[in-house]
Design a protein around this ligand. Structure first.
Ligand SMILES: NC(=O)c1ccc[n+]([C@@H]2O[C@H](COP(=O)([O-])OP(=O)(O)OC[C@H]3O[C@@H](n4cnc5c(N)ncnc54)[C@H](OP(=O)(O)O)[C@@H]3O)[C@@H](O)[C@H]2O)c1
Length: 236
């Protein structure tokens, strides 16, 4: 892996971990992979766009976060597994003052989640479901945060997560959740892998949901190149 910007040069594993260190203040960081022509999925999943180097960064981002925020659509479509980390990553977290595992936080307006789904049922730490005021959550093996009536009020939800001590929030999508986070001005960082692929028409983008007409400028923090993939970190 090579760094292209700001300083060109090779990137080893300790450097890569440092390059993705979260900012000192509490932040919401979003991670996505997209094709060159803007597709967020290939055959309905993100896996075909990813690759070993993207997965490497994906793992480092998980290692750095307190809470992993994900939309119910991604949990359902991608068959999300329990949020487990290998022994090295768990040890690294403990050595750096973090909990052994991040907490999985699923956003679902309808709380329409299968309690037997491995992400919930096999979770090493009790997950959190963020939902609306009236959704029925009785069957869910999770702590519940209620924020908003018709849709989840993500500003209130992030505030409640911070009150519970989750300073660094990583979102792995999906597009609808990203769209709502963007519309609420909650995105502090985007880590985007650009896969060297033309997916062709059909797939959606990495953002979705109600239109939002105030574009926000982010600043490039670094650009890495590995196996033809660009690994970009943008922040406020
Ligand atoms: N390229 C990538 O890196 C990447 C990453 C992740 C996912 N994906 C792809 O994205 C697709 C899924 O897209 P998606 O847009 O359905 O995913 P999503 O954003 O994960 O899930 C959407 C669902 O999340 C809940 N939700 C999100 N924000 C909400 C809000 N503010 N209020 C209430 N509910 C909210 C709703 O759940 P309920 O319906 O339960 O109310 C909604 O239906 C999959 O094909 C997946 O493979 C790609």
């Amino acid at each position: 892996m090579q760094q292209l910007y700001p300083e060109p040069g090779p990137v080893d594993q300790p450097t890569l971990i440092d390059l993705y260190a979260p900012p000192p203040e509490p932040a919401v960081r979003v991670n996505f992979v997209a094709s060159l022509d803007g597709a967020g999925t290939l055959d309905g999943r993100s896996a075909g766009l990813s690759g070993p180097q993207d997965k490497r960064v994906f793992g480092i981002l998980r290692m750095h976060c307190d809470a992993l925020l994900v939309g119910a659509g991604t949990v359902r479509d991608e068959g999300y597994r329990a949020l487990r980390l290998d022994e090295d990553r768990r040890r690294w977290r403990l050595e750096h003052g973090l909990s052994e595992y991040p907490t999985l936080v699923i956003v679902s307006g309808r709380a329409d989640l299968d309690p037997a789904q491995p992400a919930l049922a096999d979770a090493p730490v009790r997950p959190i479901v963020v939902t609306t005021a009236t959704a029925d959550t009785d069957a869910l093996p999770a702590d519940i945060i209620r924020a908003g009536d018709e849709h989840v009020d993500l500003t209130a939800a992030v505030r409640q997560l911070r009150e519970r001590g989750f300073a660094q929030i990583l979102s792995e999508g999906g597009p609808t959740l990203f769209g709502y986070l963007t519309a609420r001005g909650l995105v502090d960082e985007l880590c985007l892998t650009v896969a060297p692929l033309l997916a062709g028409p059909g797939a959606g983008r990495i953002t979705a949901g109600p239109p939002h007409d105030t574009p926000e400028h982010l600043t490039l923090r670094h650009a890495l190149l590995a196996d033809g993939q660009l690994l970009l970190r943008y922040g406020r």
